[in-house]
Design a protein around this ligand. Sequence first.
Ligand code: NAP
Length: 262
Amino acid sequence: MTKLKIGLFGCGNMGSALALAIGNTFPEIEFFLYTPSQFKAIDLAKKINAKALSTLNEMPRDLNWYIIAFKPQSLEDFNFNFHEKAKLLSVLAGVKISKLQEHFKIKKIARLMPNTPSSIGLGANLLYMDSAFHSDEENELREILKASGKIFKMGSQKDLDLTTAFSGSGPALVFELARIFEEELTIMTQGRVPARDIIAQTFLGSAHLMQSENSFLDLRNQVTSKKGVTHEALKVLVDNDLQGLFNSAFSAAYKRTLELSE
Ligand SMILES: NC(=O)c1ccc[n+]([C@@H]2O[C@H](COP(=O)([O-])OP(=O)(O)OC[C@H]3O[C@@H](n4cnc5c(N)ncnc54)[C@H](OP(=O)(O)O)[C@@H]3O)[C@@H](O)[C@H]2O)c1
């Protein structure tokens, strides 16, 4: 990786996760970090090859890439005079490229939907970039982003927005399931077994098996013998329409994505 320079606006959870993954994999990349309260930028700058800026005006206008990683609601208050040829990557959930182009008066804007495993190089990163970018620019960005996990290129912004609830929010849904497993196990055993470790290992092992060629249904069926223990558990979930519940959850998340994009 050549000596690229990246400007990051917003050093919260996602901005820091991305910068850490990229910065640790490619120490030759230099970051310029800006965040209004400064503290998070100063902290992050201690961990990677980066300079924490005190004011927005200190952000250079000739960097290779810029990343915006604040909440979509902060966009209206954020103004930076990008060079007209600047290349910008937005992680703002739901915010369309056309809105960003209008706001920043630049053309080259790509969208990325990372997730929290991106911080450890295991992210499912959704990427959308249109024809404003040359193929060498796309390759460069993909190379940088590989540091944070797998890249899934989306054919449309609609697909990126639809998939966000599954990959971007997905880890929270998985953690919620793990939390429920842990709590139920703790209650049923009255705390006699190491519930957290048992559940974490169960999810870890299952995630590894999911990397095999087998369908998720096959994997499920391998654990489910007729009239067996797992069968009873699954029956309760099916009878109570667990899939319908998830359908409502994903639909609600997509609705919120659309609201944020207005
Ligand atoms: N969290 C996730 O799993 C996830 C997944 C995919 C996408 N995203 C997207 O990532 C974005 C950030 O989410 P997050 O969870 O990282 O939020 P967060 O932890 O609240 O971080 C937001 C950051 O934005 C900074 N900020 C606020 N106003 C700003 C401004 N005017 N200019 C520059 N920076 C500003 C904040 O600065 P201070 O620290 O100074 O307050 C903070 O560092 C969102 O758009 C979200 O849609 C998040």
